[in-house]
Design a protein around this ligand. Structure first.
Ligand SMILES: [Zn+2]
Length: 127
């Protein structure tokens, strides 16, 4: 399954960041193009299942779907394609080429703040 593979890749990347930050991730924001056809629910479900027992357990995933963009051949305008009205919004012509779909990107990871964490306590004592 498509979403299962994406979830596995995401989890690996997030776990790596979590280790570097020495913190528990609580949420992540990802974005992808419209044609990527990621099913949000399937992806969250696959991620939840894979994250069981790791520091990513219980994390929230936010998925933003980016619109498909096109480049107008008449006036060189780059615009978001509205499939109900496939025209350049600048010159109203229909002569455009579609730009490659946006890839799946991990935009942001949020980490839990741990004020009572041992290493932070030690740090305070030193100050
Ligand atoms: Zn145009």
């Amino acid at each position: 399954m498509h979403e299962g593979m994406i979830a596995q890749n995401l989890l690996a990347i997030i776990l790596q960041h979590a280790e570097e930050h020495n913190a528990k991730p609580t949420a992540a924001r990802i974005s992808c193009g419209k044609l990527y056809a990621v099913n949000d629910e399937a992806l969250c479900f696959a991620f939840d299942a894979l994250a069981q027992g790791t520091s990513c357990e219980g994390m929230q995933l936010q998925i933003e779907h980016k619109p498909l963009q096109a480049h107008c051949k008449s006036c060189s305008e780059t615009f978001n394609v509205d499939f109900a009205k496939p025209k350049c919004p600048n010159c109203e012509k229909g002569d455009f080429e579609l730009l490659p779909d946006a890839p799946l990107i991990l935009e942001e990871i949020e980490f839990e703040e741990l004020p009572c964490n041992d290493w932070q306590k030690n740090k305070t004592h030193q100050e």
